[in-house]
Write a protein that binds this ligand. Structure first.
Ligand code: AP5
Ligand code: ZN
Length: 215
């Protein structure tokens, strides 16, 4: 199965990806996690991406498209994958289509901006795995420690309140048009399902809504 998770920053894409990748036994391809790994490894791409990400702006389409094309050509993607945070612009969606990738479902997680700011402030992440927690809504078993490794959790640089507002603006301008784009694609193509879920529900309710819509 090949899925796309669509939604604003903080909508819960990474959180739901953890369940979906287990359920369907497919890898999660998070362009955000890949860029953060490149920053940590101080690669030339990471150095370039850091400036954009810290400012809440998008990294150029050219770089991201190359990154995703290389990743989906890897052997573990042969049976499908879950795209988290890609495509994020119309040119990225066009590039995926031009590459002949046949998507089974686009899953939109819908959360209003007012709720997003609250979520970002409480988010904590395990950088090595991308596992995500929330101090109130999804706390780790031990305060500030990852459940599986016991490593310290961190706050993302781009989760500062002022950057979150810029990321939301970028989302509405450049990514939200993909909602109409994929709804139209799904009308033309019987193989493609467009699923919209209310992302303000509790995490396990969102998970159940997605799974029942996929069946
Ligand atoms: P990326 O890492 O993709 O960030 P994002 O899209 O802004 O999304 P987030 O990871 O912030 O949110 P999420 O939806 O995964 O939410 P989460 O599950 O963590 O991208 C970062 C940057 O990289 C971009 O700004 C850009 O610069 C660059 N980039 C990446 N991809 C790119 C691309 N394709 N093109 C160009 N540039 C790109 O949940 C958030 C919080 O809420 C957590 O604390 C969680 O525990 C909590 N939560 C989740 N669900 C619920 C729920 N139902 N109820 C209560 N709390 C919940
Ligand atoms: Zn994420």
């Amino acid at each position: 199965m090949k899925f796309i998770l669509l939604g604003a920053p903080g909508a819960g894409k990474g959180t739901q990806a953890q369940f979906l990748t287990k359920e369907f036994d497919i890898p999660q391809i998070s362009t955000g996690d890949m860029l953060r790994a490149a920053i940590k490894a101080q690669t030339p791409m990471g150095k370039m991406a850091k400036e954009f990400m810290d400012a809440g702006k998008l990294v150029t389409d050219e770089i991201i498209i190359g990154l995703v094309k290389d990743r989906i050509a890897e052997p573990d993607c042969a049976n499908g994958f879950l795209l988290d945070g890609f495509p994020r612009t119309v040119p990225q969606a066009d590039a995926l289509k031009a590459a002949g990738v046949e998507i089974d479902a686009v899953i939109e997680i819908d959360v209003p901006d007012s709720e997003i700011v609250n979520r970002m402030a409480g988010r904590r992440v395990h950088p090595a795995s991308g596992r995500t927690y929330h101090i109130t809504y999804n706390p780790p078993k031990v305060e500030n420690k990852d459940n599986e490794t016991g490593d310290d959790l961190i706050q993302r640089e781009d989760d500062k309140a002022e950057v979150v507002l810029d990321r939301l603006k970028v989302y509405h301008e450049q990514t939200a048009p993909l909602i109409g784009y994929y709804k139209t694609e799904a009308e033309k193509n019987d193989q493609l399902k467009y699923i919209q879920v209310d992302g303000t529900q509790p995490i396990d309710t969102v998970e159940k809504s997605i799974l029942s819509a996929l069946k």
